[in-house]
Every structure is written in structure tokens, then in C-alpha cells.
Design a protein. Structure first.
Length: 460
């Protein structure tokens, strides 16, 4: 007869805990940590959320940049350098036409400053659409941050539930090992008394099964240590930091399961990915309109001031003659600036429109596949809950069977074979129960993630 401790430990304590090896970082706890405590610490310390805050700040800076284009733009240019000397008699009473342009022996110095200011009045949407795009871009990055936070919560749920599973497996192995040790002692006693209900082969079997139980106990301890390490890493604690999580048991979460349609509707209404797509479409549409605005001119109010001074040049007061080296001038005008190109604007508009259309396809994909994902997690939840309820009664009856078999063996009324069969059934059924409970908790966490459900269930 084959004993299924291997199924009990290897398939559950190791297989389930293998999913816990991908861990990351948070802040030191000071007391017993519940699941809600671990979630808060993980969210506080997660580097992914810090990166998301950086993306939000970058998007906000783009909005500030777009807003700034509404205000005047000032430009100042200054010169200093050599200039030829000049006097008024070169132009009065008649222009002298034989004056050399540059005389090295009569150079002087000059300085000049030109300033212009432009106040945009109307840009056909270049500024306003860029502001809209930046505003919706901020909302996109905020939704991404919320999505990352939900992913962290999901991981913490997996690690914490895996830790509970590891502890249950360890206790189960210890319980089975205790049955085997007591049965071994009783078998030896009966054998010494010459009882015909036990023989040397029964002792060999009990010793073999006890050795297997000891081996799997070490593996269960290793699984618990691995689960703690994964949780510690997700919380950002050093390797040697002692972490305490209390004595919570792996049990079915007492929460009512609503109809599937409710979860699908919640997912469409609250899922951050849908908000992200919605805001992204608005941002992309605004970018298309901003690109199309380049077909039209910018209307602006402009002003300029120019001042120049040279030491050995006379100032000329004549509106027909402006000395580039010594003058003062300025003015205000209404202007239009229009940049014409051959295909560049068309290409930019086409590029922005293609990104908008791409996001429309992403929305269609989400509309189809998110409800499918929700339905999968919903069916996982229902199946795991029904399985847990079914296997609970089975393992409780199997335990009564095992206790009765051991008691009969103690009184010399039953063979050792009954103990093996009872322990095999008990360990298998209770292992299946813990597996169903673990699957239920994971399915509940997945469903919360898929519907952006508040973490009310995790605190029960």
C-alpha cells in the first residue's frame, strides 16, 4: 500500500509556495502583522509607486509648459564690438559719396541691444489642445499608478495566503507524524507482548512512513521560511529582520458572492485600465487637433525696442536714416506667423491619428477580454468555495476514522493496516481542503483585482 504524504507535501507545500519566489520591497513592522498591515506597508515602500509619481510629475510639467505658451515671450539680444567713426557732415547738406566704409585708423566701439516681446492672441487650438492633452495625460499616469498599486496588493495576498498554507501543511505533517510515533510505540509494545495483531513488517512500515514524515516536515519548514522570505522582500525588510504575522488560520473568507453580472459591471466602471484608456483617447484626440492647428497661422501682438550707442559717431535724427550703431527705436504691431511646409504637418497629423486609432483597438480588446477575465476569476472562486465545503466534511470524517483506527490498534483490536489506510485518506482529504481554501483566497484576490474592489474582504 502506498502512503500519500508525498502528495500532501510536495504537491501543496512546495508547488503552491513555488509561486512565492518572485518578491520585491516596504517598511519595518513593529508588531503582529495582519494582511491589511502588510498591504499598507507594501504600498508605502513600493518603488513602482515612486516611479509612477515621477511619471505624474513629468505629465504635470508638460501641462505647465502648455499653459505657459499663453503668456508673452520675451527675447533679448545684446552686442558689443568695433564700429567705424562717423560725423554729421557726411550727410549734410548733401550726402558724401566718397566716405570709406571702414577706416582702421578711426575705429570706435559700439554696443547694441534688441528686445522683442510676442503675446499670442489666437493659435487655432495649438495651445488649448496641448493643454487638454497634458491634462488627460496626467489622469492616464494616475490610473497607471492605481493599476500598479492593485498589482502590489494582489502579490501581497498571494504571499500571505501562501504563508498560511505553509503553516497548515507543517501542522498537518506534525499531526500525522504524531500518529505514526504513537502507533510505532504501541506496535513495539504489542510485539514485545507477543500479540498476533502486529508483526515486524508493521514496524518496518511505520518506521519508513515516519522517516518520510520527517523528511516532508523539513520541506514544510523550508516552505514556510520561503513564504516569509517572499513576504519580507515585498515589504522591503532586510533578510535578518524578524517578521511576525500572528496565528491566523487558512480559512474560507466569509463574504457573499454576488452574481457574475455585478462583477462585470464593477470592472467596467471602476477598473483603472478603463479610465486609463478613456483619458488616453481624449489626450490622443487633443494631440490630433493640436497637430491639425499647424495648418493655420498664429495671430499675435508684438513689440520691439532697439537701442545702440557708439562713442565717436554723431546721432542722426532722421526717420529715413537709421544708424545701426547709434539709435533708439521701437514699436508695437499686430502680426501673423505662418509656417508653410510640404508634407511635414500632414505626416504629424497622420501619426497622431494612428496613435488614436491604436488606442481605439486597445479599448475594443479590453471591452472583450476584461469581462472574460472577470468570469474566469468568478468561476475559480465558486469552484474553490464548493470544493472547500465538500472536502471539509470529508477530512473531518477521515480524521474520525484515523482516530478510531489508532484507538483500536492501541487496544489490540485492529490491524496496523487500518492506520495506514485511515492516515492516507485523512492526509489526502485535508490537503485537498487546504488547497481549495488557498485557491479560494487567491481567486477572491484576483476577482478584487479584476473589479478594483475595495479591500474589505482582506480585512475579515
Amino acid at each position: 500500500m502506498k502512503f500519500t504524504l508525498r502528495t500532501l507535501i510536495v504537491s501543496l507545500a512546495i508547488s503552491a509556495l513555488a509561486t512565492l519566489s518572485n518578491a520585491e520591497s516596504a517598511a519595518p513592522p513593529e508588531s503582529m502583522l495582519t494582511l491589511a498591515d502588510c498591504i499598507k506597508l507594501a504600498l508605502k515602500a513600493a518603488p513602482e509607486l515612486g516611479e509612477a509619481d515621477g511619471d505624474i510629475a513629468l505629465a504635470a510639467s508638460k501641462l505647465d509648459e502648455a499653459k505657459s505658451y499663453r503668456f508673452p515671450q520675451f527675447e533679448l539680444t545684446a552686442f558689443i564690438g568695433p564700429a567705424p567713426a562717423a560725423t554729421k557732415d557726411a550727410v549734410t547738406p548733401v550726402f558724401k559719396t566718397n566716405e570709406p566704409l571702414l577706416r582702421l585708423n578711426s575705429l570706435t566701439w559700439f554696443t547694441r541691444t534688441d528686445a522683442t516681446v510676442i503675446q499670442p492672441l489666437y493659435t487655432f487650438g495649438k495651445i488649448s489642445e496641448s493643454m487638454k492633452a497634458a491634462t488627460h495625460g496626467i489622469e492616464v499616469d494616475r490610473s497607471r499608478k492605481e493599476q500598479k498599486a492593485n498589482e502590489i496588493v494582489l502579490k501581497v495576498n498571494e504571499y500571505y495566503s501562501g504563508l498560511l498554507l505553509a503553516r497548515e501543511m507543517k501542522e498537518l505533517v506534525l499531526e500525522v507524524e504524531g500518529f505514526l510515533i504513537r502507533s510505532r510505540e504501541k506496535a513495539q509494545k504489542l510485539l514485545d507482548q507477543g500479540s498476533d495483531t502486529v508483526d515486524e513488517m508493521d514496524l518496518y512500515k511505520l518506521d519508513a512512513f515516519s522517516g518520510m514524515a520527517t523528511k516532508y516536515l523539513e520541506e514544510a519548514k523550508k516552505g514556510e521560511a520561503l513564504a516569509l522570505a517572499a513576504l519580507r522582500a515585498r515589504l522591503g525588510l532586510p533578510v535578518e529582520f524578524p517578521i511576525k504575522t500572528g496565528n491566523e488560520r487558512l480559512e474560507i473568507i466569509d463574504a457573499e458572492i454576488s452574481p457574475l453580472a455585478t462583477y462585470v459591471e464593477n470592472a467596467k466602471r471602476r477598473r483603472p485600465e478603463f479610465h486609463q484608456i478613456s483619458e488616453g483617447l481624449k489626450a490622443r484626440y487633443a494631440l490630433v487637433e493640436a497637430a491639425k492647428a499647424n495648418y493655420y497661422p498664429d495671430i499675435f501682438l508684438g513689440g520691439f525696442v532697439s537701442w545702440a550707442y557708439a562713442d565717436e559717431r554723431d546721432r542722426i535724427q532722421n526717420p529715413y536714416i537709421i544708424d545701426p550703431f547709434k539709435h533708439t527705436s521701437g514699436g508695437v504691431a499686430l502680426g501673423a506667423r505662418w509656417k508653410l511646409d510640404f508634407g511635414i504637418t500632414d505626416a504629424k497629423v497622420a501619426g497622431e491619428r494612428s496613435q488614436h486609432n491604436r488606442l481605439l483597438n486597445t479599448k475594443a480588446f479590453a471591452d472583450t477580454n476584461v469581462p472574460l477575465q472577470v468570469e474566469k476569476y468568478y468561476l475559480d472562486l465558486v469552484e474553490a468555495k464548493n470544493s472547500a465545503n465538500a472536502t471539509r466534511n470529508a477530512y473531518l470524517n477521515a480524521k474520525k476514522w484515523a482516530v478510531t483506527a489508532v484507538a483500536n490498534f492501541d487496544f489490540g483490536m485492529g490491524p496496523a493496516k487500518d492506520i495506514f489506510e485511515a492516515l492516507q485518506a485523512y492526509s489526502t482529504m485535508r490537503a485537498d481542503y487546504f488547497r481549495s481554501v488557498y485557491n479560494y483566497r487567491i481567486a477572491a484576490a484576483n476577482l478584487d483585482y479584476a473589479t478594483n474592489e475595495p479591500l474589505r474582504k482582506n480585512e475579515k
